[in-house]
Write a protein that binds this ligand. Structure first.
Ligand SMILES: Nc1ncnc2c1ncn2[C@@H]1O[C@H](COP(=O)(O)OP(=O)(O)OP(=O)(O)O)[C@@H](O)[C@H]1O
Ligand SMILES: Nc1ncnc2c1ncn2[C@@H]1O[C@H](COP(=O)(O)OP(=O)(O)OP(=O)(O)O)[C@@H](O)[C@H]1O
Ligand SMILES: [Mg+2]
Ligand SMILES: [Mg+2]
Lengths: 163, 183, 163, 183
């Protein structure tokens, strides 16, 4: 049990920093931020807590609580993708995870998903922001049909996806 | 593997039988507030075995489509309003109570083989599981999901509306529990 | 004590429906939605709970928990504005309250604020959405000055406000 | 009345003395993630007397500006990174600990008379209140705010990031409490 836990932890620990860098790097900060996991008590790790630390580019080391809404969202997505790299579920369903993100960060998430979505890693992303959903391969549009008082759907394949 | 499409019947705001999809490697779900986007995520979560209290519902019957009918007399003021807006009285209490519903996920595994996962709510509120059309027990159903690396207990691949920011600042104990579940 | 409480309750009860209608009416649904407060035990109201009910246009009566994210946001803003009508604080500070709103609802909120902001009722609204902040009278832009590692601000009066 | 402008000194991400404003009847605060928008709201809340635990800080010293210095040796790996990104070592532990800070709100009442509310944190972590430049006790300070209909206990006019959806679905008990506070 200890071995399994430790395998998962060290795999995720090894991946988290690069994923966070991929999500936070920009022209202004080509190196991106820094992220890592630490064990509160390394004697018996599965008995104690794992602390997650993330530092946006060019910012000092600070408690996760003091990060802004958008900074926390980016850190959370990095953690989820790092966990996925150890235990790859076939698909992700994300419901308006971009709500707190500014346009620059929405673009980074959209690009990350486009680069990583494939036959074995599918993304279903609910979003209100055109800068995210216009990057998708297809859209599932949901509307309310007032006549029959019901939700209805239609799908649309976006041609330029092959870009 | 991947999720190909969903078939729902009387699930939340989706009345009657509807096919949703196909889904691609990167599909985005869009639509106005209150249209039914999160209800679609609830349908995906429901068919995988997520409990109804995580789907904004206190019991499974809340997951079944309910039409426009007014319930209590407190609504009589509202009923008057509904009628004058030209809303027909669609659903009486009886019809709504006897309605059943289900969600079926059509899934394609890594070898391209199609699998059908179906979870239904019978008219008396029981839950049934079907795997490729055959009724099975929950444990068998969940085993088939785990074989596809779909670990519903960990739920690290489902991010419900409003939850994303808490994931980064969850307590160290919770993070340990999550890592334990996937290891 | 009972009298004061009851005054506040009945004032807010009297205003909430109209405010919610103002916030939810549209071309498709000119009448808007319905909202009201009810007392769980009207013998001693300040001992018991006040339940808030809101129904979006053309939807049935449902528990507040089952409303969507955007529908809850609109209902919450109506409640806050109704409470304000009884006890008018001189200003409101709203931090990204439009995060869950689609474009149509963002426009409704922006128009409502424009119509109600005046010398005695000031709005300071933090937003990432241009469809909201472009309706303001002035902007306070905040940026991070990397050289000195500090937040900095600048203000901009929007000319066309006199429209 | 209305809020005219804010003057801050070493408050959260705002280094040194800065004037923010003027504010108009409808002012919008904009900027990228992490720029300092919510910190501005924290400054407005702080000057009105809201406690630091509601301002994402466990104690008042967290509200004082801290520069780039690395704190613990755990950061040495990070420090190396900071140096090679060309970040200068700005703040040593000593300077940060002795720093004081304040927020002053310039407010105009309904008759156009200017009032200045100032709340400061001294270098040893004490809090002081000043009304139009004169040091006063908290109760006097809060009375002056209540005369302007600014009821900090109810806080119904401050909506912090992420809180809006909970307001609609708060428990009936909480709603009663809120109505009690404003009545
Ligand atoms: N059992 C049910 N029968 C019919 N309608 C239902 C049922 N349960 C929920 N609803 C309706 O579904 C609507 C909410 O849908 P949903 O939460 O999916 O919206 P959404 O598209 O996610 O909106 P948002 O963008 O605001 O998050 C509510 O208006 C609610 O009344
Ligand atoms: N005492 C302090 N000294 C210096 N910087 C601080 C201090 N406290 C918080 N910060 C920094 O302020 C930043 C957060 O600012 P804030 O929450 O205001 O961002 P925001 O503009 O609201 O962003 P978002 O759009 O993502 O909500 C964090 O990066 C944090 O590190
Ligand atoms: Mg939703
Ligand atoms: Mg913020």
């Amino acid at each position: 049990r200890y071995k399994l836990f430790y395998d998962a932890f060290s795999h995720i620990q090894g991946k988290i920093d690069q994923i966070y860098k991929d999500l936070t790097k920009s022209q202004a900060f080509p190196l991106g931020g820094t992220a890592y996991l630490s064990l509160e008590d390394s004697e018996e790790p599965y008995l104690d807590g794992i602390k997650y630390h993330a530092m946006p580019p060019m910012k000092r080391f600070r408690d996760m609580e003091q990060l802004s809404g958008g900074e926390k969202t980016m850190a959370a997505l990095a953690l989820l993708f790092a966990i996925h790299s150890y235990q790859p579920s076939p698909f992700f369903v994300l419901d308006e995870v971009d709500a707190a993100l500014d346009n620059a960060n929405v673009a980074k998430i959209a690009n990350y998903i486009r680069d990583h979505a494939n036959e074995k890693f599918q993304f279903i992303v609910i979003s209100l922001k055109s800068s995210l959903y216009e990057k998708a391969e297809s859209l599932v549009g949901i509307y309310r049909d007032q006549q029959v008082n019901s939700s209805r759907t239609l799908t649309l394949k976006l041609n330029d996806y092959e870009e | 593997g991947r999720l190909v499409r969903l078939e729902v019947e009387n699930f939340k705001s989706y009345k009657g039988h509807q096919v949703i999809g196909p889904f691609h490697n990167f599909s985005s779900v869009i639509g106005p507030n209150g249209a039914g986007k999160s209800n679609l995520m609830d349908a995906i979560s429901f068919v995988l075995g997520v409990k109804s209290n995580k789907l904004r519902s206190s019991n499974v019957k809340d997951l079944i489509y309910r039409g426009r009918a007014m319930e209590t007399n407190q609504d009589s003021v509202v009923e008057g309003l509904a009628v004058n807006q030209g809303i027909d009285e669609e659903d009486d209490e009886e019809t709504a109570r006897n309605r059943s519903g289900y969600v079926m996920a059509v899934y394609e595994d890594d070898n391209g083989k199609e699998m059908r996962f179906m979870r239904s709510i019978t008219s008396n509120g029981d839950i049934e599981y079907r795997l490729n059309g055959r009724k099975v027990a929950y444990t068998r159903y969940n085993d088939a999901l785990e074989e596809q690396n779909i670990l519903v207990k960990a739920r690290n691949f489902l991010v419900f509306q409003g939850d994303i920011e808490h994931i980064a600042s969850q307590s160290p104990k919770d993070l340990t529990k999550l890592i334990e579940q996937i290891s």
